[in-house]
Design a protein around this ligand. Structure first.
Ligand code: SF4
Length: 444
C-alpha cells in the first residue's frame, strides 16, 4: 500500500470486515457442518460465470479472507479448516465420475472459443473448477491433487474427443509467488492443453476502489506481473472487475468499471464483469440494512454492460475478444439483497421493469449476440418514463454527493457504531432461515 491515507482507511475497513467474519464464526450456525462434503459446490449453466457449469471446492477457506481483505465477499462463510488432500481429491473425482450429468449436460447457449483445436469437428466443453480463493494455493488445492485432477480431465477430453476449455480462478500474488513453477511445470503443460483461462481477482484499476473500498491488498504491479507471467506461460489471463462498491454512486461505479475494462484491454486480459449484490455479514450489507448504502440500479448494470461492449468492440468496429458476465443474482452464498429483485430501496421502480432488464441480460448471456442486446436495450430505454426517472435520480445524486473520502469515513464510523446491533440481527436471521445449501447442487 503506497498511499498513507489509503493505508489508514484500508486498516479500518479490514478490521470491520475481520470482526464481522469472526462474529459469524462465533454464532455456531456452522456447527452442523463438521464433515467435509464429498461434492464441491456446484453452479449450473445458468448460474455460473458463463453458459457452463462451475465447481468450487469446499475446504480450506481463502487465505486472504483472514486478513480482512475484500469488503464485499464472504465466500469463506462455508469452510472446513485443514481438509486433507484426499478429501479435496474426493470432490474432484466426484466431478470426473459424474462428468456426463454435471458437465456435458450443462453446456448451454453460446460459448466462444477460437483457440487451437485438437478436436475441430466437435464442440468444446466449457467448465470452471477452482477453490473459492486461489487455484495455485497449495493449502486450498494441493499440487498433487491438482495434477491428478488435470490428468483425469485431459483423459476425459481424449475419451470424448472434445476439447475442454477450463476456467480457473487465482490470486495474482500466488501466480507471482509460484512463477518459476507456473512457467515450467507439467501442470502448466496440461493446463495449456485444456485451454485454461485463469481469472485473477482484480476488482478495479483504480487504487481507491481496489485497495480501499474493496480492500484487496493488491498492488497494481503485482497484478500486471501476474498477467505477464500467465501470458508467458501460455495460459490466457482474465480478471474479475467489480461494480457497485460501497459509497460509490451509480455513475461512479459505471465509470470505475469502464475504466477497468479499458485497462484490461490494454494489458491483454479479458474482463469478467461482476455486479455487487449484498452478502450477509459484510460492511455493505450492514450499511444497506440501515439504509446508508444502496445497491446499484438495474439500469446502471445494463448501461455499464453496454459501455463495456463499446470498449471491447471499439464501438462496433472490431470483435470483442473473450469476456464473461456472471449471472448477477446468484452466489454462493446466495445474496441477501440482489440487484434485480430487492428493489425496496428505489421508490417508483416497478418489479416488471426489473424483470425485463434482467431478462435482457439473461438473453444476452445465453446468446452472446451483441447486436441484439444493443437493440433490446435501446428499445427498452426509448421514451421510457421509468428510465427517465432513473436518469434524474442518478444525476441528482451526483449533484448532492460529498467527497469520496468523507463518504467512506462516515460509512466506517457508522459501521463501527452499529456492528453489535447488526451482528445480533444477522445471528437471529441465520437462526430462522436454513442456509440454502442445495441451491448450489446440480440436480438430476
Ligand atoms: S474476493 Fe476472493 S480473495 Fe477476496 S476474500 Fe473473497 S475469495 Fe478471498
Amino acid at each position: 500500500m503506497y498511499n498513507k491515507e489509503y493505508a489508514k482507511y484500508s486498516k479500518y475497513v479490514g478490521k470491520i470486515t475481520r470482526d464481522l467474519r469472526s462474529a459469524y464464526y462465533k454464532t455456531g450456525t456452522n456447527e452442523e457442518k463438521q464433515e467435509i462434503p464429498l461434492e464441491p459446490s456446484q453452479l449450473n449453466a445458468k448460474q455460473g460465470l458463463g453458459n457452463f457449469p462451475a465447481f468450487y471446492l469446499q475446504g480450506q477457506h481463502c487465505e486472504k479472507s483472514d486478513c480482512g481483505c475484500c469488503t464485499n465477499c464472504f465466500y469463506s462463510q462455508f469452510h472446513y479448516d485443514k481438509p486433507s488432500a484426499e478429501e479435496i481429491q474426493t470432490q474432484c473425482d466426484y466431478v470426473i465420475d459424474n462428468f456426463e450429468r454435471l458437465v456435458l449436460s450443462q453446456q448451454y447457449g453460446t460459448n466462444e472459443f477460437d483457440g487451437e483445436r485438437k478436436y475441430p469437428n466437435s464442440k468444446p466443453i466449457f467448465m470452471t473448477l477452482s477453490p473459492t480463493g486461489s487455484f495455485f494455493s497449495d493449502k486450498e488445492f494441493p499440487k498433487e491433487v491438482r495434477l491428478d485432477f488435470l490428468k483425469k480431465l485431459e483423459q476425459k477430453s481424449d475419451e470424448l474427443k472434445r476439447d475442454i476449455v477450463l476456467h480457473i480462478e487465482a490470486h495474482a500474488i500466488d501466480v507471482v509467488k509460484h512463477q518459476d513453477y507456473i512457467k515450467t511445470s507439467e501442470e502448466t503443460e496440461i493446463l495449456k492443453r485444456l485451454n485454461a483461462k485463469c481469472i485473477l481477482g482484480f476488482e478495479s484499476a483504480d487504487e481507491w476502489s481496489r485497495n480501499v473500498l474493496y480492500n484487496k491488498h493488491l498492488p497494481l504491479e503485482c497484478f500486471e506481473n501476474a498477467v505477464e507471467i500467465l501470458k508467458e506461460s501460455g495460459i490466457e489471463p482474465g480478471a474479475f472487475v467489480f461494480s457497485g462498491l460501497v459509497t460509490l454512486t451509480d455513475m461512479e461505479s459505471k465509470e470505475d468499471m469502464l475504466n477497468s475494462v479499458r485497462f484490461l484491454k490494454e494489458r491483454g486480459a479479458f474482463p469478467v464483469l461482476m455486479f455487487a449484490n449484498s452478502q450477509s455479514w459484510t460492511l455493505p450489507d450492514l450499511l444497506r440494512w440501515k439504509e446508508k448504502h444502496w445497491l446499484q440500479e438495474p439500469a446502471t448494470v445494463l448501461d455499464t454492460v453496454y459501455g463495456a461492449l463499446e470498449i471491447l468492440t471499439d464501438k462496433g468496429k472490431s470483435k470483442p475478444g473473450y469476456y464473461l458476465i456472471p449471472e448477477p443474482v446468484e452466489g454462493p452464498p446466495y445474496p441477501i439483497g440482489n440487484i434485480f429483485y430487492d428493489r425496496t430501496d428505489i421508490p417508483d421502480f416497478s418489479e416488471e421493469s426489473s424483470k425485463k432488464m434482467h431478462q435482457i441480460l439473461k438473453d444476452f448471456r445465453a446468446t452472446r449476440d451483441i447486436s441484439n442486446f444493443v437493440r433490446s436495450w435501446k428499445e427498452y430505454k426509448k421514451d421510457n418514463p421509468e428510465y427517465e426517472k432513473y436518469q434524474d435520480r442518478i444525476h441528482k445524486k451526483e449533484i448532492e454527493k460529498e467527497g469520496k473520502d468523507i463518504r467512506f469515513a462516515k460509512a466506517l464510523k457508522y459501521g463501527v457504531e452499529h456492528m453489535d446491533e447488526y451482528v445480533a440481527y444477522c445471528t437471529e436471521k441465520d437462526r430462522e432461515e436454513s442456509l440454502e445449501e442445495d441451491r448450489y447442487k446440480i440436480k438430476e
